[in-house]
Design a protein around this ligand. Structure first.
Ligand SMILES: NC(=O)c1ccc[n+]([C@@H]2O[C@H](COP(=O)([O-])OP(=O)(O)OC[C@H]3O[C@@H](n4cnc5c(N)ncnc54)[C@H](OP(=O)(O)O)[C@@H]3O)[C@@H](O)[C@H]2O)c1
Length: 328
């Protein structure tokens, strides 16, 4: 089979299409032929060295496809079944993928097997964000950075459905339109700001009667952190869940005091699905959003798996919207 591997940390050109031996499922494992593989920002951090990995490194943490063989002891799912997966290790950028049977996720009837690859990682992340790191309820004011991204469009739809008011930031008119369609009440074009740290909070306070928001969901990180913190109301919560613009530098906790007894959390989805019961419960919630029409998945772009290099370039240069899929 073929796979994408990285021999050393670096730019997208490090993503090489290589021929490797077909893997065989060990005890408790499934061998799956992916219909699609989900692209996620974390793979750019792993490829570039922001998150250290061992080399050669095969990226990829989610997908969906058909079970083509099962290892010893596996009773379910069976050969021929369609499943989705995430978090069962990296290595999904391949024509065949090993998945722990315990981590196989059933695909909701509302989704075809290929589109289902768009849901696990970002869907479970949104579950963690709205019912874990913070609890989103009707009447809250929310600020969300990169509102037209994969996580952004899902979170906006869920929060708006609950009756929260969602203010997003985006860099283009096309993204602004997508945010409004997903239910955002207001969209801030932060690429127009000379100084995000002062102009973003000004814009947010003018939209919230001077109060600021109950929660900021910030996946952009370095460029927005200061502006996000200053956009909170007293006792508000900053959920820093990523660093698309780079990691946030060291931080003085006294700033939480001065900002109004603020809360800061830096959650990772994996910690919210480590327990099998919690993972199952959260997956039920996420698939329920799809089945009940609360969220509509937007696959903004697809790339051939062998062109993973181009997919990484698109994601890192802010050209993508919604979910990006790689097709083997
Ligand atoms: N904590 C977790 O468990 C977890 C799980 C999944 C994802 N995440 C994080 O969530 C964030 C969003 O992930 P995603 O996969 O949905 O990506 P995405 O939002 O689809 O893409 C990233 C977006 O970030 C914005 N951005 C702002 N400055 C940027 C810069 N300098 N370079 C690149 N992008 C920039 C861009 O939107 P604009 O052009 O509109 O600014 C871009 O489209 C990422 O930080 C990711 O690491 C965290």
């Amino acid at each position: 089979m073929h796979a994408i591997e990285v021999a050393q940390a670096g730019g997208p050109e490090q993503l090489r299409w290589v021929e490797v031996e077909d893997p065989a499922p060990g005890p408790g494992q499934l061998l799956v032929r992916p219909a699609a593989i989900g692209l996620n920002f974390i793979e750019t951090y792993q490829r570039s060295g922001v998150y250290p990995v061992e080399h050669p490194f095969r990226p990829g943490g989610e997908g969906s496809g058909e079970v083509v063989a099962v290892g010893e002891g596996v009773t379910t799912p069976s050969v021929g079944d369609h499943i989705a997966w995430t978090a069962s290790a990296t290595g999904s950028y391949a024509e065949l993928v090993l998945v722990d049977a315990e981590q196989a996720l059933p695909i909701p009837a509302a989704l075809d097997v290929r589109t289902a690859a768009a849901l696990p990682l970002q869907g479970l992340t949104v579950s963690m964000l709205v019912d874990g790191a913070f609890h989103v309820e009707a009447g809250q004011d929310i600020l969300l950075t990169a509102g037209a991204g994969g996580v952004g469009l899902l979170l906006t739809q869920v929060a708006a459905h609950r009756g929260a008011r969602v203010i997003t930031t985006v860099s283009t008119e096309e993204k602004e339109t997508l945010c409004h369609a997903a239910g955002a009440s207001d969209v801030v074009r932060y690429e127009r700001f000379d100084d995000i740290a002062t102009e973003l909070p000004e814009a947010v306070r003018s939209l919230t009667g001077g109060e600021g928001v109950h929660v900021v969901y910030d996946g952009v990180g370095k460029d927005t952190f200061d502006g996000s913190l200053a956009s909170l109301r007293s006792r508000g919560t900053l959920v820093l869940f990523g660093g698309a613009s780079g990691p946030v530098p060291p931080f003085d906790p006294q700033r939480l005091n001065r900002g109004g007894s603020l809360f800061l959390t830096r959650p990772t989805m994996m910690h919210y699905i480590a327990d099998p019961d919690e993972r199952a419960r959260r997956w039920e919630q996420v698939t329920g959003w799809v089945t009940d029409g609360v969220v509509e998945l937007r696959v903004g772009a697809t790339f051939a798996l062998r062109d993973a290099e181009h997919a990484h370039r698109a994601l890192e240069s802010r050209q993508t919207t919604g979910k990006v899929l790689l097709l083997p």
